[in-house]
Design a protein around this ligand. Structure first.
Ligand SMILES: NC(=O)c1ccc[n+]([C@@H]2O[C@H](COP(=O)([O-])OP(=O)(O)OC[C@H]3O[C@@H](n4cnc5c(N)ncnc54)[C@H](OP(=O)(O)O)[C@@H]3O)[C@@H](O)[C@H]2O)c1
Length: 239
């Protein structure tokens, strides 16, 4: 059985459970979370800002805390700024939105805070930008590589192949655009899925972390598609 087929079989239970979650869930009905953002650039600031507006408590972090403080001040009481370690300790859910080359060091410096955390991994490996770690990620599969670099984290890959500008606007038309995601931990997938719905996307589980290479720019699933279209494409991948 090919690798991606095995991955699909492995997460069938998770996919079924995900399927019974109500779509278009309203913000008021969703549990409010403490979220740590590691990397508050285009992606981290866009997604984090929407979560703040949905009533989640969000700590933004990067290597430049002045930027995070300015962003948090703009967003109000539910937003704060901290170092990457403080954000990793603060969040029950973490969003990683840094250049892929930063993951090896962050995996080391944040190690004590990562264990058992739900990590939404938006990072993509580009060899031209990120160097050898990106080549290795593409070789072994980016989802599996992130799991290796962030030990103990319950990783869900998401937000990988949609432009950051749309991430800040998608909530205006909730549920129309699907968000392909991959992960191995069912509870983490469900928590991530609720937060993805807050951003305005309907999550579509395509398989386990082995499927991570299908969630990158330049793949058939990249760009904005309806949930149905994503499922149709995924079915061709699993043939
Ligand atoms: N842009 C998109 O449309 C898009 C879409 C999907 C996925 N992605 C992926 O998402 C990730 C982030 O993309 P982006 O466009 O948001 O990048 P970006 O605008 O350059 O933001 C990167 C953020 O990470 C911080 N950062 C960099 N190195 C760090 C480190 N070692 N420790 C802590 N923080 C660090 C940066 O701030 P400092 O430099 O001040 O630390 C900045 O806040 C990338 O892997 C990208 O491929 C991007």
């Amino acid at each position: 059985m090919p690798l991606h087929r095995r991955a699909f079989v492995k997460v069938t239970g998770a996919a079924l459970t995900l399927g019974v979650l109500p779509s278009g869930i309203r913000a008021a009905e969703v549990e409010k979370r403490k979220i740590g953002i590691i990397g508050s650039g285009n992606v981290g600031s866009a997604i984090g800002s929407v979560w703040v507006r949905h009533g989640h408590q969000v700590m933004f972090s990067s290597r430049t805390i002045e930027n995070d403080r300015a962003l948090a001040a703009k967003l109000g009481a539910n937003a704060r700024a901290g170092t990457p370690l403080e954000a990793a300790q603060f969040g029950e859910v973490l969003l990683f939105a840094v250049p892929y080359r930063a993951l090896p060091e962050l995996g080391e410096t944040l190690r004590s805070a990562l264990n058992g955390k739900v990590v939404i991994d938006a990072c993509n490996p580009f060899p031209g930008r990120d160097g050898e770690v990106a080549n290795e990620a593409r070789r072994i599969g980016v989802g599996l590589m992130s799991a290796k670099l962030l030990p103990g984290a319950r990783i869900v890959r998401a937000f990988n192949a949609i432009g950051a500008a749309r991430m800040g606007r998608a909530h205006e038309e909730p549920g129309k655009v699907g968000m392909p995601i991959a992960g191995d931990d069912q509870a983490a997938i469900e928590i991530a899925s609720q937060l993805i719905r807050d951003i305005g996307y309907e999550p579509v589980l395509i398989g386990g972390l082995e499927m991570g290479n299908y969630l990158m720019p330049g793949t058939p699933l990249a760009g904005e598609r309806s949930p149905e279209e994503i499922r149709r494409i995924v079915a061709t991948l699993h043939r």
